[in-house]
Design a protein around this ligand. Sequence first.
Ligand code: FAD
Length: 306
Amino acid sequence: MTSQPTTATALGPVARTQGRQHAPPRVSFEFSPPKTPEAEEELWRAIRRLEPLAPSFVSVTYGAGGSTRERTHRTVLRMLRETRLAPAAHLTCVDASRSEVDEIVRDYWNAGVRHIVALRGDPPGQIGGAYSPRPDGYANATDLAVGIRAIAPFELSVALYPQVHPESPSLEHDIDVLKAKIDAGATRAITNFFFDVDGFLRFIERIRRAGVTIPVLPGIMPVSSYKGLRRMAEANGVVLPPWLGRLFDGLDKDPETRRLIAASVASEMCARLQEEGFEDFHFFTLNRADLVYAICRVLGVREIAS
Ligand code: FAD
């Protein structure tokens, strides 16, 4: 099997017409805390558009710095108050003492949040830079997961890297870290974005062979700006396959076609993963609903009446 898709058409409907019927997948959506009042309006328009698709959960990322963090808390609590969504709050070990993190965890539990995405985080302003934990802080996601579980029985998700974490010496090391996070209470792994489906499937086979049984949600990045994607990929140690660049080649001034291609590529990836038995997809929305909504429609996900 090659890692090269033959066309940019969505395989979802094709697969269905060829008689390989799949139930619509379960979906979850990741958002980021908004930086401005305008961005907040855009975020909430996206949340309202995607909410009727009844995602299993929605998650809100966590940055560095007090005001960014405050916006994460506010967004999560507003989701809880004003929507039917089940929010998952991302939380990191960066630049905070154990007691500061514990207080946030307790506040979330008391407010009714039941799901945390436990992460180590990166040094502020320096993804991929050398990380040194605060002496009075949690050292890594494993340590954080233990701390969270000691406070309350949260549902815990953790991060996983199909192309190996940029700081990791090997895939075996990543698998050991994942197992440690599971021992610490993680019940689900969400992967970083990727585009090489065959490589992803080999990765999954390796972790299953190593005895990992928790659900792994493929992280799907439907991105219509190839330049932006390249920046994100470099920062995250993700290698983009050459065929992807070729699809966007010469389209810098044609956002409409880029969007159609982005929806098509992501739909095709999800359809292929469904063929391989994946029933859950986690979408990095970048706070926009349109592409994710279209991809969900292609996959058969429909609105649920309130
Ligand atoms: P860890 O799992 O802690 O692993 C990092 C390193 O710590 C390991 O390579 C290992 O060397 C060491 N380590 C961990 N556990 C052990 C152990 N038990 N024994 C020995 N060594 C250990 N970042 C943010 O800042 N905010 C976010 O909201 C955010 N959301 C993300 C969502 C997803 C789906 C993904 C995939 C990543 C996200 N990140 C986020 C990025 C993440 O914080 C970085 O990739 C970070 O560099 C590693 O975080 P981690 O939780 O995977 O680290």
